[in-house]
Design a protein around this ligand. Structure first.
Ligand code: KIV
Ligand code: ZN
Length: 545
């Protein structure tokens, strides 16, 4: 392995770094968010275009340097999302993923076309196992692919990142060779992914250092890390890489992603900040937006944040043990290494009530991370006023539920909406009649169940002529107050598609029905994106379980 030192002081004139931020002084760590690409690959997550745009806007507002908005060649839906985000979101660099294939790279360039600061992220696998069994290519063929892919991308886009997929299981010498080729072909960001979450921090530190030294890239070139969390080590590995000299960290909010997920950006940034004495790097991320953005993504994706999740979990700043409470009251730093305010996690407050005006409502929405049109604000404000008539005031949780349930609901080809329902209870059975609307057509049916939710879901299945599997059902309160709204979350699966749905109401049966209908709409939307025909059945079985 080459022991050549990195020539930091020699500026070769390469246009490098990260888009408009490349000229920032100081030892900056750039954050690359892939919630909308790698994060969305998590089982059961399918965000629609509106939701992705909402998230991208909030990531940009938080100061994320690069937003990977999707994989344009993978589907028309992904292409359109990248295109829309590139057009609408200007504060961050917008990135599209591509394999080394010409079609992928051209699709990414086309999708990014309306953007101001854009990047194509070209990747190919470099580990022996991936090259032999997945790509069926020799090392030389992989190197040639990397060269031609990066070259083409660079001819179409001002900034190119190259990733060696499964780098942590690749041969170091080979990685150095392929990174040098990518560099020569025009890549200025070289990414070292731990694709399967295999690395161990100490080992990964040495690995990254060897690569950085071996490639000996000129000033302006940035090494990047992309860690997965299969062994719960993604944050530790990302931090080890930063210590080794990496200056771009890729990850997702809430660590969302396939299997064990990706590196959680909120954890990495707070570790860098809290232990600045060790890392001695800066970032331009506004950490006070971490908590609202985490909540927004959790709500839109349907992926619940565990209460003990570091930084953004509900209990991240809660002290239960008396001895801890006593210590914190005497001096906060006894048991707190970060301040809740620094991550935007202040206690839920009752912010608005019956007499609040549209302006205050709009301001609160902005704080919570929603950026919706004036027409939508008017609609949401009407719902909020109705809610205040029912329960006097509304918490953040109530407002978030109104927006995600009523405003950001899917608009796919199939868009069922609940019109009304009625229930009859007697003799140990419940009968429910549900009425839905689809494209102006009223559809109604009834069915029996052991309880109201089971009966309602059986009636819906008869109407929609589907028999999806109910994978998960949860109902919870939107706040801790006794007059909170009920918010239901449902996960359905059918024909290899998993879709989540949510619904909120002061009436928990209505919330449950809305969640189910929302999941059905998402199932159709996901099927359309993946070109799958959803199997309908004339008479879905409605027998009691
Ligand atoms: O995990 C991985 O290797 C990836 C690449 C596309 C960077 O997601
Ligand atoms: Zn990944």
């Amino acid at each position: 392995m080459s022991k050549a030192k990195r020539e930091d002081s020699k500026d070769t004139g390469i246009k490098g770094g990260v888009g408009k931020n490349a000229s920032l002084s100081g030892d900056k760590v750039y954050f690359f968010d892939t919630t909308l690409r790698d994060g969305e690959q998590a089982a059961g997550v399918n965000l629609n275009a509106d939701e992705k745009l909402q998230i991208a806007r909030q990531l940009a507002r938080m100061g994320i340097d690069v937003i990977e908005a999707g994989f344009p060649a993978s589907s028309p839906g992904d292409f359109n999302c990248v295109h829309t985000i590139a057009r609408e979101v200007k504060q961050s660099t917008i990135c599209g993923l591509a394999r080394t294939r010409e079609g992928d790279i051209r699709a990414a360039a086309q999708a990014l076309e309306p953007g101001e600061n854009t990047r194509i992220h070209v990747f190919i696998a470099t580990s022996p196992i991936h090259m032999e069994y997945k790509l069926k290519m020799t090392e030389s063929e992989v190197v040639d692919q990397a060269r031609s892919g990066v070259r083409l991308a660079r001819s179409l886009c001002p900034e190119v990142e190259f990733s060696a997929e499964d780098a942590s299981r690749s041969d170091t010498e080979f990685l150095i060779r392929i990174f040098k080729v990518a560099l020569e072909a025009g890549a200025t960001i070289l990414n070292i992914p731990d694709t399967v979450g295999y690395a161990i921090p100490e080992e990964f530190y040495g690995f990254c250092k060897t690569i950085i030294e071996g490639v000996a890239a000129p000033k302006g070139v940035i090494f990047s890390v992309h860690a997965h969390n299969d062994l719960g080590l993604a944050t530790a590995n990302s931090l080890a890489a930063v210590r080794a000299g990496v200056r771009q960290v890729e990850g997702t909010i809430n660590g969302m992603g396939e299997r064990g997920g990706n590196s959680a950006i909120e954890e990495v940034v707070m570790a860098l900040k809290t232990r600045a004495d060790i890392f001695k790097v800066e970032s331009t991320l506004d950490t006070r937006r971490l908590y609202p953005v985490s909540r927004l993504i959790s709500r839109l994706s349907g992926v619940i944040v565990p209460p003990n999740k570091p930084v953004v979990g509900a209990n991240a700043f809660a002290h239960e043990a008396g001895i801890h409470q006593h210590g914190v009251l005497a001096k906060r730093e006894t048991y707190e290494i970060m301040r809740a305010e620094d991550v935007g996690s202040t206690p839920a407050v009752i912010v608005l009530g019956k007499h609040s005006g549209r302006h205050a409502f709009k301001e609160r929405l902005e704080y919570l991370g929603y950026n919706i049109s004036d027409v939508e604000i008017t609609r949401a404000f009407e719902s909020f006023k109705k809610l205040c008539d029912e329960k006097k005031d509304a918490t953040d949780g109530d407002i978030e539920a109104i927006i995600s349930d009523e405003i950001l609901s899917v608009k796919p080809e199939y868009h069922y909406e609940l019109v009304e329902y009625s229930m009859e209870v007697g003799g140990g059975e419940t009968t429910c009649r549900v009425t839905l609307e689809l494209d102006g057509k009223i559809l109604s049916d009834s069915a029996k169940g052991h309880g109201p939710v089971e009966a309602a879901y059986a009636a819906i299945k008869r109407i929609i002529k589907l028999h999806p599997r109910l994978e998960d059902f949860k109902i919870m309160a939107t706040s801790e107050r006794s007059n909170a709204m009920g918010e239901a979350k449902v996960v359905l699966s059918q024909d290899t598609i998993r879709a989540h749905g949510r619904g909120a109401s002061t009436d928990i049966i209505k919330a449950s029905i809305r969640a189910y209908v929302n999941a059905v709409n998402r199932l159709y939307a996901a099927a359309a994106v993946r070109k799958i025909t959803v199997t309908t059945v004339e008479s879905p079985p409605v027998t009691l379980a």
